[in-house]
Write a protein that binds this ligand. Structure first.
Ligand code: PLZ
Length: 444
């Protein structure tokens, strides 16, 4: 287990000389299509600190894109995964099964919303989970169409590219895409033409109208939505939108799928973000935070839907790998023991208070939004026109990186600065990170 002093330390330029050397090797050996936010090469990670190969200690406001909520070297994850490594690394659950997989499925049944009978299937990546949710929904409904939303993100495989809304960088040049995917409006309050207060009901009415008129509700297998849209800009659908869509799905025999890959596992201060509006999905996809950094993903849902796919119809060589399952059990143990839902809510109140004070000084902050430790600011050239300002987001991120604070950007317009600290980050580091953001604004 890493044990790094929880203090920022900048001892070289960022990236430093050793990182720059590694970056040269990387550029020669690694495909150009695989990018990096900040080419600082990692040596060790512990709670809120990433230590690089030059000895710099960066404050982590990214968690490897909402993955290492319990930290990237959490004691229980390291202990359980190491013990599993000693026993066996793999058998393939489809060849000879093992208890860890079953335990993860039991934990998912306990933690996900709803008290109906639930079953799970495990996979390696978020995109794979989403693809399988579609397979299961199609098998159950014997229908084909899939409904997704503006600003939605669901992955980089062929079907999930089709489900993802943003062209650059995710889809450009990679088509043709899978058929029977239809995109409808989402209640993006900040940018809704008639105002945020109308966004929920109006967007729901438009979405439902488009589904019924353009697709036909009877043809729809699944409606897939992120309860907080992640890559699209940390958009919280305006109040009332999710319940209306969920009800429409129930009324029309459509499988309602909550993609909680980014928002799940304590990230928003609930086990799952859809709980905030009392939504009980038919299926829920999880990944990222589930296993403390080890690759694991799941589809969990109503037993009768999950059982619709024929025997042998679901699977994959590595799905539910035993080491990843052990890691997940360690991550879940940590979330419960440290009450990371409460920690996420504390992070929200610290961040929102500081960001609200900044917004008064810096009009570029058009909106502060998100929940728990999934917080973002949308940057605009002028709060009156709401013209997106991706250049400001890029400049602020760059300035933060130079000071040793890792932040990420996102958003359909590339103008959102997002903050996803590990839920185990200390209050001092959190405040120091916010100081750096404030100074970056002042220098902008
Ligand atoms: N669904 C809601 O957030 C992954 C993407 C990073 P995978 N988000 C990070 C990038 O640029 O590739 C994500 C998500 C939601 C699905 C996925 C896909 O999860 O594990 O990356 O396949």
């Amino acid at each position: 287990m890493s044990d790094i002093p929880q203090e920022r330390r900048v001892v070289t330029a960022i990236p430093g000389p050793k990182s720059q050397e590694l970056q040269q090797r990387r550029l020669a050996a690694v495909a150009a299509g695989v990018g990096s936010t900040l080419p600082v090469f990692t040596a060790r990670v512990d709670r809120g600190i990433i230590e690089d190969v030059d000895g710099n200690r960066l404050i982590d406001f990214g968690s490897g894109i909402a993955v290492t909520s319990v930290g990237a070297s959490a004691e229980a994850v390291v202990r359980r995964a190491s013990a599993q490594l000693q026993e066996f690394t793999h058998t393939c659950f489809m060849v000879t099964p093992y208890e860890g997989y079953v335990e993860v499925a039991e934990a998912l049944a306990e933690l996900t919303p709803g008290d109906h009978a639930k079953k799970s299937a495990l996979f390696n990546s978020g995109a794979e989970a989403v693809e399988n949710a579609v397979k299961i929904a199609r098998a159950y409904t014997k229908r084909q169409a899939v409904i997704v939303f503006d600003h939605g993100y669901h992955g980089r495989t062929n079907l999930t590219m089709a489900l993802t809304s943003k062209n650059m960088p995710y889809k450009q040049g990679f088509g043709p895409f899978a058929p029977e995917v239809y995109r409808v409006p989402v209640a993006y309050g900040y940018r809704w033409p008639t105002g945020a207060e109308n966004a929920g009901p109006e967007a729901a009415a438009q979405a439902i109208d488009q589904i019924t008129k353009q697709v036909g509700a009877d043809n729809v297998a699944a409606i897939i939505i992120e309860p907080v849209l992640g890559e699209g800009g940390f958009i919280e659908p305006a109040k009332g939108f999710l319940p209306a869509i969920r009800q429409f799905a129930a009324d029309n025999g459509i499988v309602f799928v909550a993609d909680e890959i980014q928002s799940g596992f304590c990230r928003t201060g609930q086990w799952f973000a859809c709980e905030d509006e009392g939504i009980v999905p038919d299926l829920i996809t999880t990944a990222k935070g589930i296993a403390g950094g080890l690759p694991l993903a799941a589809v969990t849902g109503k037993a009768e839907i999950m059982d619709a796919a024929h025997a042998g119809g679901l699977g994959g060589t590595y799905g539910g790998n035993p080491v990843a399952c052990a890691g997940a059990l360690g991550a879940i143990e940590t979330m419960k023991e440290l009450d990371l839902n409460a920690k996420a809510k504390e992070i929200e109140s610290t961040m929102k208070a500081r960001l609200t004070a900044m917004q008064e000084k810096f009009p570029a902050i058009g909106e502060i939004r998100g929940r728990g430790a999934m917080i973002a600011i949308e940057l605009v050239t002028d709060p009156a026109t709401k013209e997106p300002d991706p250049a400001a987001a890029a400049a602020l991120a760059k300035a933060c990186h130079a000071e040793g604070l890792l932040v990420l950007t996102c958003g359909t317009y590339g103008n959102v600065l997002r903050f996803l600290p590990p839920l185990v980050i200390g209050q001092d580091l959190l405040n120091e990170g916010l100081d750096i953001i404030e100074n970056a604004f002042a220098a902008l």
